[in-house]
Design a protein around this ligand. Structure first.
Ligand code: C2E
Ligand code: CA
Ligand code: CA
Length: 389
Protein backbone atom coordinates (compact mmCIF):
# COMPACT_ATOMS: atom_id res chain seq x y z
CA UNK A 1 0.00 0.00 0.00
CA UNK A 2 1.10 3.60 -0.65
CA UNK A 3 0.34 6.55 1.59
CA UNK A 4 0.89 10.20 0.70
CA UNK A 5 2.40 12.52 3.34
CA UNK A 6 -0.04 13.33 6.15
CA UNK A 7 -2.44 10.42 5.58
CA UNK A 8 -3.39 8.07 8.37
CA UNK A 9 -2.43 4.40 8.17
CA UNK A 10 -4.44 3.42 11.25
CA UNK A 11 -6.10 5.28 14.10
CA UNK A 12 -6.18 4.85 17.88
CA UNK A 13 -9.24 2.91 19.07
CA UNK A 14 -9.82 1.06 15.78
CA UNK A 15 -9.76 -2.73 15.66
CA UNK A 16 -6.50 -3.88 14.09
CA UNK A 17 -6.55 -6.53 11.40
CA UNK A 18 -3.14 -6.07 9.90
CA UNK A 19 0.43 -5.19 10.63
CA UNK A 20 2.80 -3.42 8.26
CA UNK A 21 6.43 -3.47 7.25
CA UNK A 22 7.69 -0.12 5.98
CA UNK A 23 9.37 -0.53 2.61
CA UNK A 24 9.90 3.17 1.93
CA UNK A 25 9.29 6.47 3.76
CA UNK A 26 8.78 7.54 7.37
CA UNK A 27 5.80 6.93 9.64
CA UNK A 28 4.95 8.73 12.85
CA UNK A 29 3.31 6.82 15.68
CA UNK A 30 1.43 8.98 18.19
CA UNK A 31 -1.20 8.78 20.93
CA UNK A 32 -3.41 11.21 22.79
CA UNK A 33 -2.12 12.09 26.24
CA UNK A 34 -4.55 14.19 28.27
CA UNK A 35 -5.89 15.83 25.12
CA UNK A 36 -2.41 16.46 23.65
CA UNK A 37 -0.87 14.44 20.82
CA UNK A 38 2.27 12.72 21.99
CA UNK A 39 4.71 11.37 19.39
CA UNK A 40 5.78 7.92 20.49
CA UNK A 41 8.09 7.03 17.63
CA UNK A 42 9.17 7.81 14.09
CA UNK A 43 9.61 4.61 12.13
CA UNK A 44 11.43 4.10 8.88
CA UNK A 45 12.30 1.59 6.21
CA UNK A 46 12.41 -1.95 7.59
CA UNK A 47 10.44 -1.16 10.76
CA UNK A 48 7.29 -3.06 11.68
CA UNK A 49 4.15 -1.34 12.97
CA UNK A 50 0.65 -2.31 13.99
CA UNK A 51 1.80 -5.74 15.12
CA UNK A 52 0.41 -5.60 18.65
CA UNK A 53 -3.29 -5.56 17.80
CA UNK A 54 -2.58 -8.41 15.44
CA UNK A 55 -1.10 -10.51 18.19
CA UNK A 56 -3.57 -9.89 21.01
CA UNK A 57 -6.75 -8.70 19.24
CA UNK A 58 -6.95 -5.49 21.26
CA UNK A 59 -7.80 -2.14 19.69
CA UNK A 60 -5.12 0.14 18.30
CA UNK A 61 -3.50 2.06 21.12
CA UNK A 62 -1.80 4.54 18.81
CA UNK A 63 -2.25 6.32 15.49
CA UNK A 64 0.14 5.90 12.57
CA UNK A 65 0.56 8.71 10.03
CA UNK A 66 2.78 8.83 6.96
CA UNK A 67 5.32 11.65 7.42
CA UNK A 68 6.53 11.41 3.85
CA UNK A 69 5.36 9.31 0.89
CA UNK A 70 5.37 5.79 2.35
CA UNK A 71 5.07 2.30 0.95
CA UNK A 72 4.20 -0.53 3.28
CA UNK A 73 3.86 -4.28 2.94
CA UNK A 74 0.67 -5.53 4.63
CA UNK A 75 0.70 -8.56 6.92
CA UNK A 76 -2.95 -9.64 7.16
CA UNK A 77 -4.32 -11.39 10.24
CA UNK A 78 -4.85 -14.68 8.38
CA UNK A 79 -1.13 -14.74 7.67
CA UNK A 80 -0.47 -15.02 11.39
CA UNK A 81 -3.55 -16.72 12.85
CA UNK A 82 -2.73 -20.34 12.11
CA UNK A 83 0.97 -19.89 12.89
CA UNK A 84 0.11 -18.45 16.27
CA UNK A 85 -2.40 -21.20 16.97
CA UNK A 86 0.23 -23.84 16.14
CA UNK A 87 3.03 -22.12 18.04
CA UNK A 88 4.73 -23.69 21.01
CA UNK A 89 2.55 -22.95 24.08
CA UNK A 90 5.46 -21.63 26.13
CA UNK A 91 6.58 -19.27 23.34
CA UNK A 92 3.01 -18.07 22.97
CA UNK A 93 2.66 -17.39 26.68
CA UNK A 94 5.95 -15.48 26.79
CA UNK A 95 4.99 -13.46 23.72
CA UNK A 96 1.70 -12.47 25.29
CA UNK A 97 3.32 -11.65 28.59
CA UNK A 98 5.72 -9.28 26.87
CA UNK A 99 2.80 -7.69 25.00
CA UNK A 100 0.85 -7.26 28.25
CA UNK A 101 3.85 -5.63 29.91
CA UNK A 102 4.35 -3.36 26.95
CA UNK A 103 0.72 -2.27 26.93
CA UNK A 104 0.88 -1.71 30.70
CA UNK A 105 3.88 0.59 30.22
CA UNK A 106 2.20 2.31 27.30
CA UNK A 107 -0.92 3.16 29.33
CA UNK A 108 1.14 4.28 32.30
CA UNK A 109 3.13 6.59 30.07
CA UNK A 110 -0.02 8.16 28.67
CA UNK A 111 -1.45 8.51 32.18
CA UNK A 112 1.58 10.63 33.02
CA UNK A 113 3.33 8.39 35.51
CA UNK A 114 5.33 5.61 33.91
CA UNK A 115 5.99 3.97 37.27
CA UNK A 116 2.37 3.63 38.37
CA UNK A 117 -0.17 1.05 37.23
CA UNK A 118 -2.93 2.91 35.45
CA UNK A 119 -6.70 3.27 35.54
CA UNK A 120 -6.68 3.71 31.77
CA UNK A 121 -5.84 0.12 31.21
CA UNK A 122 -8.77 -1.60 29.47
CA UNK A 123 -9.95 -5.01 30.68
CA UNK A 124 -7.00 -7.29 31.06
CA UNK A 125 -7.35 -10.29 28.84
CA UNK A 126 -6.37 -13.50 30.55
CA UNK A 127 -4.97 -16.30 28.50
CA UNK A 128 -5.81 -18.98 30.99
CA UNK A 129 -6.07 -21.76 28.41
CA UNK A 130 -2.74 -20.94 26.81
CA UNK A 131 -1.17 -20.47 30.21
CA UNK A 132 -2.38 -23.87 31.32
CA UNK A 133 -1.00 -25.45 28.15
CA UNK A 134 2.37 -23.81 28.71
CA UNK A 135 2.46 -25.00 32.31
CA UNK A 136 1.50 -28.53 31.27
CA UNK A 137 4.15 -28.54 28.56
CA UNK A 138 6.95 -27.37 30.85
CA UNK A 139 5.92 -29.80 33.57
CA UNK A 140 5.62 -32.76 31.19
CA UNK A 141 9.06 -32.06 29.77
CA UNK A 142 10.63 -31.97 33.23
CA UNK A 143 8.76 -35.10 34.27
CA UNK A 144 9.93 -36.93 31.19
CA UNK A 145 13.54 -36.01 31.91
CA UNK A 146 13.11 -37.28 35.43
CA UNK A 147 11.40 -40.42 34.13
CA UNK A 148 14.50 -41.28 32.10
CA UNK A 149 16.85 -40.58 35.04
CA UNK A 150 14.75 -42.44 37.62
CA UNK A 151 14.05 -45.48 35.49
CA UNK A 152 10.29 -44.90 35.19
CA UNK A 153 10.46 -45.77 31.50
CA UNK A 154 10.77 -49.24 30.10
CA UNK A 155 10.57 -50.79 26.68
CA UNK A 156 8.05 -53.62 26.38
CA UNK A 157 8.15 -55.90 23.36
CA UNK A 158 5.35 -57.15 21.16
CA UNK A 159 6.00 -60.33 19.19
CA UNK A 160 5.74 -60.36 15.40
CA UNK A 161 4.91 -63.82 14.08
CA UNK A 162 5.23 -65.67 10.79
CA UNK A 163 1.63 -66.32 9.73
CA UNK A 164 2.50 -69.76 8.30
CA UNK A 165 3.54 -71.36 11.61
CA UNK A 166 3.03 -68.53 14.13
CA UNK A 167 6.66 -68.64 15.19
CA UNK A 168 8.02 -65.42 16.67
CA UNK A 169 10.44 -63.88 14.21
CA UNK A 170 10.70 -60.37 15.62
CA UNK A 171 9.81 -58.12 18.54
CA UNK A 172 8.74 -54.48 18.38
CA UNK A 173 9.94 -52.34 21.26
CA UNK A 174 7.18 -50.05 22.57
CA UNK A 175 7.89 -47.43 25.19
CA UNK A 176 6.03 -47.59 28.52
CA UNK A 177 5.98 -44.97 31.26
CA UNK A 178 4.97 -45.79 34.81
CA UNK A 179 4.56 -42.44 36.54
CA UNK A 180 4.98 -42.58 40.36
CA UNK A 181 1.67 -40.73 40.93
CA UNK A 182 -0.25 -40.99 37.71
CA UNK A 183 0.40 -44.65 36.98
CA UNK A 184 0.84 -45.96 33.43
CA UNK A 185 0.83 -43.20 30.83
CA UNK A 186 0.13 -44.32 27.24
CA UNK A 187 2.75 -43.37 24.63
CA UNK A 188 0.05 -41.50 22.72
CA UNK A 189 -0.10 -39.05 25.64
CA UNK A 190 3.57 -38.07 25.59
CA UNK A 191 5.23 -39.13 22.30
CA UNK A 192 3.51 -36.40 20.22
CA UNK A 193 4.49 -33.87 22.86
CA UNK A 194 8.09 -35.14 22.94
CA UNK A 195 8.16 -34.77 19.15
CA UNK A 196 7.10 -31.12 19.44
CA UNK A 197 9.77 -30.25 21.96
CA UNK A 198 12.54 -32.29 20.38
CA UNK A 199 12.90 -34.46 23.47
CA UNK A 200 11.93 -37.39 21.26
CA UNK A 201 15.57 -37.47 20.17
CA UNK A 202 16.66 -38.48 23.68
CA UNK A 203 13.73 -40.89 24.05
CA UNK A 204 14.50 -42.45 20.67
CA UNK A 205 18.15 -43.06 21.61
CA UNK A 206 17.05 -44.41 24.96
CA UNK A 207 14.74 -46.88 23.18
CA UNK A 208 17.50 -47.84 20.74
CA UNK A 209 19.83 -48.56 23.67
CA UNK A 210 17.19 -50.86 25.17
CA UNK A 211 16.72 -52.57 21.80
CA UNK A 212 20.48 -53.14 21.55
CA UNK A 213 20.42 -54.78 24.99
CA UNK A 214 17.46 -56.89 23.91
CA UNK A 215 19.33 -58.20 20.85
CA UNK A 216 22.27 -59.19 23.07
CA UNK A 217 19.98 -60.80 25.65
CA UNK A 218 18.21 -62.83 22.95
CA UNK A 219 21.54 -63.97 21.44
CA UNK A 220 22.63 -65.07 24.90
CA UNK A 221 19.39 -66.61 26.17
CA UNK A 222 18.08 -68.17 22.98
CA UNK A 223 21.15 -69.12 20.96
CA UNK A 224 20.34 -70.45 17.52
CA UNK A 225 17.10 -68.48 17.16
CA UNK A 226 17.12 -65.49 14.90
CA UNK A 227 14.81 -62.87 16.40
CA UNK A 228 14.91 -59.30 15.09
CA UNK A 229 14.22 -56.38 17.44
CA UNK A 230 12.59 -53.32 15.94
CA UNK A 231 12.39 -49.87 17.42
CA UNK A 232 10.40 -46.78 16.43
CA UNK A 233 12.35 -43.81 15.13
CA UNK A 234 10.91 -40.34 14.91
CA UNK A 235 11.40 -37.98 11.98
CA UNK A 236 13.09 -35.48 14.25
CA UNK A 237 15.95 -37.97 14.67
CA UNK A 238 16.86 -37.85 10.98
CA UNK A 239 16.21 -34.33 9.79
CA UNK A 240 19.19 -32.75 11.51
CA UNK A 241 22.78 -33.79 10.74
CA UNK A 242 23.92 -33.81 14.35
CA UNK A 243 20.97 -35.96 15.41
CA UNK A 244 21.53 -38.35 12.54
CA UNK A 245 25.20 -38.67 13.54
CA UNK A 246 24.18 -39.54 17.09
CA UNK A 247 21.84 -42.21 15.79
CA UNK A 248 24.49 -43.65 13.45
CA UNK A 249 27.00 -43.62 16.28
CA UNK A 250 24.66 -45.62 18.51
CA UNK A 251 24.28 -48.23 15.78
CA UNK A 252 27.95 -48.32 14.81
CA UNK A 253 29.10 -48.88 18.39
CA UNK A 254 26.78 -51.85 18.74
CA UNK A 255 28.85 -54.99 19.20
CA UNK A 256 26.03 -57.45 18.44
CA UNK A 257 24.55 -58.58 15.13
CA UNK A 258 23.26 -55.40 13.49
CA UNK A 259 21.07 -57.27 11.06
CA UNK A 260 18.94 -58.09 14.08
CA UNK A 261 18.15 -54.43 14.63
CA UNK A 262 15.34 -52.86 12.64
CA UNK A 263 14.23 -49.23 12.61
CA UNK A 264 10.57 -48.35 11.99
CA UNK A 265 9.86 -45.02 10.33
CA UNK A 266 6.58 -43.48 9.23
CA UNK A 267 5.70 -42.40 5.72
CA UNK A 268 5.06 -38.81 6.69
CA UNK A 269 8.65 -38.53 7.82
CA UNK A 270 9.96 -39.89 4.53
CA UNK A 271 7.66 -37.81 2.36
CA UNK A 272 8.19 -34.48 4.11
CA UNK A 273 11.68 -34.32 2.62
CA UNK A 274 12.18 -37.35 0.36
CA UNK A 275 15.61 -36.30 -0.91
CA UNK A 276 17.04 -35.86 2.58
CA UNK A 277 15.25 -39.01 3.75
CA UNK A 278 16.76 -41.06 0.92
CA UNK A 279 20.31 -39.99 1.78
CA UNK A 280 19.80 -40.45 5.55
CA UNK A 281 18.28 -43.88 5.05
CA UNK A 282 21.11 -44.92 2.74
CA UNK A 283 23.62 -44.05 5.46
CA UNK A 284 21.62 -45.89 8.11
CA UNK A 285 21.24 -48.90 5.86
CA UNK A 286 25.01 -49.10 5.31
CA UNK A 287 25.46 -49.80 9.04
CA UNK A 288 23.79 -53.17 8.52
CA UNK A 289 20.44 -52.57 10.25
CA UNK A 290 17.16 -53.09 8.38
CA UNK A 291 14.33 -50.60 7.83
CA UNK A 292 10.55 -50.76 7.93
CA UNK A 293 7.87 -48.24 6.96
CA UNK A 294 5.38 -48.08 9.82
CA UNK A 295 1.61 -47.45 9.49
CA UNK A 296 1.93 -47.95 5.73
CA UNK A 297 -1.04 -46.69 3.75
CA UNK A 298 -1.98 -43.85 6.10
CA UNK A 299 0.54 -41.36 4.73
CA UNK A 300 1.10 -40.12 1.25
CA UNK A 301 3.92 -42.23 -0.05
CA UNK A 302 4.77 -41.66 -3.62
CA UNK A 303 5.30 -45.13 -4.98
CA UNK A 304 8.18 -43.79 -7.03
CA UNK A 305 10.06 -42.82 -3.92
CA UNK A 306 9.28 -46.08 -2.21
CA UNK A 307 11.60 -47.78 -4.65
CA UNK A 308 14.38 -45.31 -3.95
CA UNK A 309 14.34 -45.82 -0.19
CA UNK A 310 16.41 -48.80 0.96
CA UNK A 311 13.41 -50.31 2.77
CA UNK A 312 13.03 -53.96 3.78
CA UNK A 313 9.53 -54.13 5.24
CA UNK A 314 6.09 -52.50 4.96
CA UNK A 315 3.94 -52.58 8.08
CA UNK A 316 0.29 -52.44 7.03
CA UNK A 317 -1.58 -50.04 9.28
CA UNK A 318 -4.09 -51.60 11.61
CA UNK A 319 -7.01 -49.50 10.34
CA UNK A 320 -6.91 -51.48 7.07
CA UNK A 321 -6.56 -54.78 8.91
CA UNK A 322 -9.54 -53.93 11.12
CA UNK A 323 -11.60 -52.72 8.17
CA UNK A 324 -10.65 -55.59 5.87
CA UNK A 325 -13.44 -58.03 6.81
CA UNK A 326 -16.36 -55.64 6.44
CA UNK A 327 -15.15 -52.95 4.10
CA UNK A 328 -14.22 -53.92 0.51
CA UNK A 329 -12.02 -50.82 0.10
CA UNK A 330 -9.81 -51.79 3.06
CA UNK A 331 -9.54 -55.32 1.70
CA UNK A 332 -8.43 -53.99 -1.68
CA UNK A 333 -5.86 -51.78 0.01
CA UNK A 334 -4.38 -54.66 2.00
CA UNK A 335 -4.28 -56.82 -1.12
CA UNK A 336 -2.64 -54.03 -3.11
CA UNK A 337 -0.01 -53.39 -0.43
CA UNK A 338 0.89 -57.09 -0.21
CA UNK A 339 1.23 -57.39 -3.97
CA UNK A 340 3.17 -54.14 -4.28
CA UNK A 341 5.53 -55.34 -1.55
CA UNK A 342 6.01 -58.68 -3.30
CA UNK A 343 6.88 -56.92 -6.57
CA UNK A 344 9.37 -54.69 -4.82
CA UNK A 345 10.74 -57.68 -2.88
CA UNK A 346 9.71 -56.25 0.46
CA UNK A 347 8.36 -58.12 3.42
CA UNK A 348 4.91 -57.27 4.88
CA UNK A 349 3.75 -57.23 8.48
CA UNK A 350 0.04 -56.71 9.18
CA UNK A 351 -0.53 -54.74 12.38
CA UNK A 352 -3.43 -54.93 14.83
CA UNK A 353 -4.39 -58.54 14.14
CA UNK A 354 -7.00 -59.25 16.80
CA UNK A 355 -9.02 -62.23 15.55
CA UNK A 356 -8.62 -65.59 13.81
CA UNK A 357 -10.74 -64.17 10.98
CA UNK A 358 -8.15 -61.41 10.46
CA UNK A 359 -5.34 -63.96 10.43
CA UNK A 360 -7.15 -66.30 8.01
CA UNK A 361 -7.85 -63.50 5.54
CA UNK A 362 -4.23 -62.32 5.72
CA UNK A 363 -3.01 -65.85 4.94
CA UNK A 364 -5.31 -65.88 1.87
CA UNK A 365 -3.83 -62.57 0.80
CA UNK A 366 -0.31 -64.02 1.21
CA UNK A 367 0.76 -61.55 3.85
CA UNK A 368 3.75 -63.18 5.52
CA UNK A 369 3.93 -61.68 9.00
CA UNK A 370 1.56 -60.30 11.59
CA UNK A 371 1.47 -58.57 14.93
CA UNK A 372 -1.47 -58.08 17.26
CA UNK A 373 -3.37 -59.09 20.34
CA UNK A 374 -4.39 -62.40 18.75
CA UNK A 375 -0.78 -63.52 19.14
CA UNK A 376 0.54 -61.46 22.04
CA UNK A 377 0.33 -58.11 23.80
CA UNK A 378 3.43 -55.99 24.41
CA UNK A 379 5.24 -57.41 27.47
CA UNK A 380 8.59 -57.35 29.27
CA UNK A 381 11.43 -59.12 27.46
CA UNK A 382 11.98 -61.61 30.30
CA UNK A 383 8.45 -62.94 29.90
CA UNK A 384 8.93 -63.51 26.20
CA UNK A 385 12.30 -65.18 26.73
CA UNK A 386 10.84 -67.42 29.45
CA UNK A 387 7.99 -68.53 27.18
CA UNK A 388 10.40 -69.33 24.35
CA UNK A 389 12.94 -71.26 26.38
P1 C2E B 1 2.95 -48.12 16.53
O1 C2E B 1 4.42 -48.05 16.22
O2 C2E B 1 2.01 -48.25 15.38
O3 C2E B 1 2.80 -49.30 17.57
C1 C2E B 1 1.78 -50.24 17.55
C2 C2E B 1 0.70 -49.87 18.51
O4 C2E B 1 -0.42 -50.75 18.31
C3 C2E B 1 1.12 -50.06 19.97
O5 C2E B 1 0.44 -49.07 20.75
C4 C2E B 1 0.54 -51.43 20.29
O6 C2E B 1 0.33 -51.65 21.66
C5 C2E B 1 -0.76 -51.38 19.52
N1 C2E B 1 -1.30 -52.71 19.21
C6 C2E B 1 -0.63 -53.88 19.10
N2 C2E B 1 -1.43 -54.87 18.77
C7 C2E B 1 -2.69 -54.35 18.66
C8 C2E B 1 -3.97 -54.90 18.33
O7 C2E B 1 -4.14 -56.09 18.05
N3 C2E B 1 -5.03 -54.06 18.31
C9 C2E B 1 -4.88 -52.72 18.60
N4 C2E B 1 -5.98 -51.96 18.58
N5 C2E B 1 -3.69 -52.17 18.91
C10 C2E B 1 -2.59 -52.98 18.93
P2 C2E B 1 1.25 -48.20 21.80
O8 C2E B 1 2.20 -49.08 22.52
O9 C2E B 1 0.22 -47.47 22.57
O10 C2E B 1 2.10 -47.24 20.93
C11 C2E B 1 1.49 -46.20 20.24
C12 C2E B 1 2.48 -45.48 19.36
O11 C2E B 1 3.45 -44.79 20.13
C13 C2E B 1 3.29 -46.40 18.46
O12 C2E B 1 2.51 -46.81 17.38
C14 C2E B 1 4.44 -45.49 18.10
O13 C2E B 1 4.04 -44.61 17.05
C15 C2E B 1 4.63 -44.67 19.36
N6 C2E B 1 5.78 -45.20 20.10
C16 C2E B 1 5.82 -46.17 21.02
N7 C2E B 1 7.10 -46.36 21.46
C17 C2E B 1 7.88 -45.47 20.78
C18 C2E B 1 9.30 -45.16 20.78
O14 C2E B 1 10.13 -45.79 21.45
N8 C2E B 1 9.71 -44.16 19.94
C19 C2E B 1 8.83 -43.48 19.14
N9 C2E B 1 9.30 -42.52 18.33
N10 C2E B 1 7.51 -43.76 19.11
C20 C2E B 1 7.04 -44.74 19.92
CA1 CA C 1 5.85 -49.11 15.10
CA1 CA D 1 2.28 -49.01 13.39
Amino acid sequence: LSFSPGTTIFREGEPGDQAYIIERGKVEVSALKQGQRLVLAVLEEGDVLGEMALLDNERRTATATALEAAEVLVIPREELGQRLADADPLLKLLLRTILDRFRETHWARLAGDPMQPTQHRPGRITYSQDRQRAIDAVRLHQELERAVQDGQLRLDYQPIVRLGDRQIVALEGLIRWRHPERGEIAPGAFIPFAEETGYIVELGLWALDRAREAVLALERELPGRHIVVSVNISGAQLTDTERLERLLDRINTFAGDRSRLKLELTESLLMSDPVLAASSLARIKRTGVTLAIDDFGTGYSSLGYLQRFPIDTLKIDRTFVHGMLADPASLKIVRAIVSLAADLELDTIAEGVETEAHAARLVELRCRHAQGWLFARPQPLEEIVASLR
